[in-house]
Design a protein around this ligand. Structure first.
Ligand SMILES: Nc1ncnc2c1ncn2[C@@H]1O[C@H](COP(=O)(O)OP(=O)(O)OP(=O)(O)O)[C@@H](O)[C@H]1O
Ligand SMILES: Nc1nc2c(ncn2[C@@H]2O[C@H](COP(=O)(O)O)[C@@H](O)[C@H]2O)c(=O)[nH]1
Length: 192
């Protein structure tokens, strides 16, 4: 039987975490853990699919494995959400900022497969946010945030644990993801 693992996709804003998580769902049937946030939905985002969108009052009622403030909004991943995804499949994914990824590595050890995405060209990264349809004011607030600067680098707590993937050319990214997933798909894999 395949061991239960959670692929923790982390990295700077706009680096492609959500895109990678969707690829893992589409190509490997890996359910995504849906997290909670107090930020307003972007165009097209649906509660219960992209996030559970919360008010500050409802956010406070959940049981979080970890929660953070990112660019002025609250985000949290619940233990129930993790368990619900593992009910569906042994390999699952979650999208987190780097602080959340550090907590997952500490709490879950080798059950957490950390993937840190980086984009060498910061201008390309900002262009992606604009193309995604983010409002200019929100982009500016985000890039001025402490969290934005922090997530540009692999945190010390993940050095030696994270699989670093440069998400520049999508074909190279998927090749790297395919190789990584293959390590964990085999029955009684010795990967850790
Ligand atoms: N390799 C790539 N080349 C070009 N564009 C990409 C690539 N990967 C992702 N994108 C695009 O970049 C934009 C940002 O990607 P995505 O929303 O997945 O990033 P994210 O890391 O989840 O961002 P955030 O943390 O801000 O939510 C999307 O429009 C996506 O289609
Ligand atoms: N530590 C956590 N980080 C989370 C969670 N859910 C999302 N995120 C990260 O927040 C930022 C901003 O997300 P956005 O959707 O507003 O662009 C990004 O880095 C996400 O990966 C969570 O539950 N915990």
């Amino acid at each position: 039987m395949t061991t239960k693992r959670v692929f923790v996709i982390t990295g700077p804003t706009g680096s492609g975490k959500t895109t990678v998580s969707r690829y893992l769902t589409d190509h490997y049937n890996m359910p995504q853990v849906i997290t909670h946030t107090t930020r307003a939905p972007r165009d097209g985002e649906v509660s219960g699919v992209d996030y559970y969108f919360e008010t500050p009052a409802t956010f406070a009622t959940k049981h979080y494995l970890e929660h953070v403030t990112y660019s002025g909004n609250q985000y949290g991943s619940s233990r129930e959400g993790l368990a619900a995804a593992w009910e569906k499949a042994p390999l699952i994914s979650i999208v987190l900022d780097t602080a959340g990824a550090v907590t997952y590595a500490q709490e879950l050890g080798t059950q957490a497969v950390i993937v840190y995405l980086e984009v060498p060209n910061q201008q390309a990264l900002l262009t992606r946010l604009t193309k995604r349809g983010d409002q200019q004011a929100r982009i500016e607030k985000r890039i001025a945030s402490r969290e934005f600067a922090r997530d540009q680098q692999l945190p010390a707590g993940l050095v030696g644990h994270a699989n670093v993937i440069v998400n520049d050319q999508w074909a190279q990214t998927t090749a790297a993801l395919d190789a990584l997933v293959a390590q964990y798909l085999t029955a009684d894999s010795s990967a850790n």
